[in-house]
Design a protein around this ligand. Structure first.
Ligand SMILES: Nc1ncnc2c1ncn2[C@@H]1O[C@H](COP(=O)(O)OP(=O)(O)OP(=O)(O)O)[C@@H](O)[C@H]1O
Ligand SMILES: [Mg+2]
Length: 619
């Protein structure tokens, strides 16, 4: 018995009309949402040529009988709402009864479905709105919908489609959103999800993993540092259940791209919620940085209206102030109660506070801790001018105070060796002290102890921040190489370079053909003068080739800047002069998120003198 009814004209008018299908990714979204509404536990999405050639979605949901299958592609047909009252408490992802009709009017569609309990499946083909009759088919329970040659009768819209990689990036983003909102949880079964492009499996997400492991799988790039830098907050008050996984300030981004907000399983964009997130991080981030946040909100369906926008990604809260204040309160409280600095974990006697259960420090940091403890034991307190006479022997130097503000000179902030500031560091009266050990770490005395700074990691962060700031303003400044450096390039490498021509231009890298399979680097960014151009470009090609379909422009740029910063930064094992160290520390003071390197690893480990005193049984 069919479930679908044709809505009366009154209802049709109530549902705002609009463009649902903008590009292949919108089709993927609508089809996956239909599968979820059909109670599927497993969905497989298979794409060819970025969705231009084929979009196929198979689910194991409730399926449709022949009658429903015929009706599903008619305009304004739905099984999800029946009367206007139902519009005030929509619990399904779809309800407008227009997605399949819209899709079928702009492409070739073949849909096969078998309802639970039915002996056989049925199949229907529709070519840009022209329906064939239903025919029997053989298939398992569930539904498969295949969309071919989208917009093929609408050249203007087909022309609007971007490259397969770009379209695939949009599809991967839609898939990611659905995967995040349907991760397994203690009270909910997750969805088993697969995304395939041109026969290659891009994602295979099991219904057995959990939200954290799903985030790791969806954002696998090690340098994204996302999954290992999340703080969890939860609250359940005033009819609002909030679960937030908040990125530490150190992994903030330059756009809101990594803010995933879900309301009862639906990905939404909402200005009140965005504002609450921004407010929660106030003081922890520079105004032009955006935190990474995964926010899952549950509330009564009756407390908001989803019939606001054709793509259903905007809602209207009946009590937006409450939503705003609950989210702000939950996030802010957790952030303020979390120590976002990296503290040293000193191993020690059993009675040493915090030692139980804490992982032992690594071999190297143990050695450093021992060396420093010894140093402070001998020389504490190192505060007066007389004691400062170790200076030459102990490699101790004075450092000028932090300015507390970013020095954005005409040439940009100082970046130690990438772009050395000409200013002679001043010496403040109450001098601070530092020394380099093992040519890799800088130890700096602080007011209440000392910091150990990883010279490579901190320099990476400094360069990364500088590059990001510059590149978002305009392209990077570059200089011509005296002798162009040539290199061999594979056809796919050349293709990757061509696809990302805009990115190369922004980076200030100029490449010219130099023979059939050869290219030459003509210009290279000034800021990366410490990196080897050939080595950099070759690694860049590898990165572009490997990341082709999974990243959108913003994420790719971030990846490239990470790589650039890593290559241009001073290395571990590199001896630094006193003024170089001084400059590095000065730049650190002026760098946002200096406590972490761009990969999310700590740049600085703090040791407090009171902990050391306890270690030495002085207290
Ligand atoms: N994969 C599926 N399995 C079972 N039934 C489906 C499936 N896809 C669609 N249907 C049926 O077809 C109907 C029409 O789907 P369609 O996507 O056009 O509208 P909708 O989901 O009701 O609303 P919306 O336009 O907001 O998505 C659905 O209401 C549902 O009954
Ligand atoms: Mg739908």
């Amino acid at each position: 018995m069919g479930q679908i009814v044709v809505l009366d004209q009154n209802m049709v008018n109530m549902i705002a009309a609009g463009e649902v299908i903008e590009r292949p990714a919108s089709v993927v979204k609508e089809l996956m949402e239909n599968s979820i509404d059909a109670g599927a536990t497993k969905i497989t999405v298979s794409i060819e040529d970025g969705g231009r050639k084929l979009i196929s979605v198979t689910d194991n949901g409730c399926g449709m009988d022949g009658e429903d299958l015929g009706r599903a592609f008619e305009p304004h047909t739905t099984s999800k709402i029946k009367t206007s009252k139902d519009l005030h408490g929509i619990s399904t992802l779809g309800f407008r009864g227009e997605a399949l009709a819209s899709i079928a009017s702009v492409a070739q569609v073949r849909a096969t479905s078998r309802a639970k309990g039915q002996d056989g499946a049925n199949c229907i083909e529709i070519d840009c709105g022209n329906k064939d009759s239903i025919s029997p088919a053989s298939a398992d329970y569930g539904t498969t919908i295949q969309i071919r040659d989208i917009f093929y009768k609408l050249p203007a819209r087909r022309k609007f489609l971007r490259t397969a990689n770009t379209e695939m990036g949009h599809i991967a983003e839609q898939f990611t959103r659905i995967a995040l909102s349907n991760a397994p949880a203690s009270n909910k079964q997750g969805l088993d999800l697969t995304l395939i492009h041109n026969g290659k499996e891009l994602y295979r997400l099991s219904d057995k993993d959990n939200l954290h492991s799903r985030i790791t799988e969806l954002f696998p790039i090690p340098s994204s540092g996302i999954s290992e830098n999340l703080i969890e907050a939860e609250s359940n008050e005033k009819g609002l259940h909030i679960l937030a996984l908040m990125g530490k300030p150190s992994i903030s981004r330059t756009s809101k791209k990594f803010q995933y907000i879900f309301l009862n399983g639906r990905f939404i964009r909402d200005k009140f919620i965005s504002h609450a997130i921004k407010e929660a991080y106030r003081g922890l981030l520079e105004p032009n940085r955006f935190p990474v946040v995964f926010l899952f909100i549950r509330m009564r369906y009756e407390d908001y209206d989803v019939n606001v926008h054709p793509t259903k990604s905007e809602v209207r809260f009946y009590n937006a102030n409450l939503v705003h204040s609950q989210i702000l309160g939950c996030l802010r409280e957790k952030l303020l109660g979390t120590d976002l600095q990296t503290q040293a974990q000193l191993p020690g006697p059993a009675n040493f506070p915090g030692s139980q259960g804490s992982p032992p420090a690594g071999h190297r940091s143990q050695a450093i801790a021992d060396a420093m403890a010894e140093f402070f034991k001998k020389h504490r307190p190192v505060q007066t001018q007389e004691q400062f006479s170790y200076k030459s022997k102990q490699h101790l130097v004075a450092l000028r105070p932090p300015t507390g503000q970013v020095t954005e000179s005409p040439t940009g902030p100082a970046t130690a060796f990438a772009e050395t500031s000409q200013a002679e560091p001043e010496i403040r009266p109450e001098q601070r002290k530092f020394l380099q050990i093992h040519d890799s770490f800088i130890v700096v005395q602080t007011d209440d102890g000392f910091d150990i700074i990883d010279q490579h990691a901190i320099h990476e962060r400094i360069i990364y921040e500088c590059l990001s700031r510059r590149i978002r303003k305009s392209k990077l400044e570059s200089q011509k190489l005296l002798i162009p450096e040539s290199f061999e390039v594979t056809p796919s490498g050349a293709d990757a370079l061509k696809t990302n021509a805009e990115l190369l231009e922004k980076l200030g890298i100029e490449l010219v053909p130099f023979g059939p399979k050869t290219m030459a680097i003509q210009a290279f960014p000034t800021l990366l003068s410490k990196a080897d151009p050939l080595d950099f470009v070759q690694d860049l090609i590898d990165l572009l080739e490997s990341k082709d379909v999974n990243l959108d422009g913003e994420r790719l740029l971030d990846e490239v800047l990470n790589m650039a910063a890593c290559k241009a930064a001073i290395k571990a094992g590199q001896r630094l002069t006193m003024s170089e160290i001084e400059q590095l520390l000065l730049d650190k003071e002026n760098t946002e998120s200096a406590s972490r390197c761009p990969h999310g690893r700590p740049t600085t480990i703090k040791f407090s003198i009171s902990d050391l005193e306890k270690q030495f049984k002085r207290t």
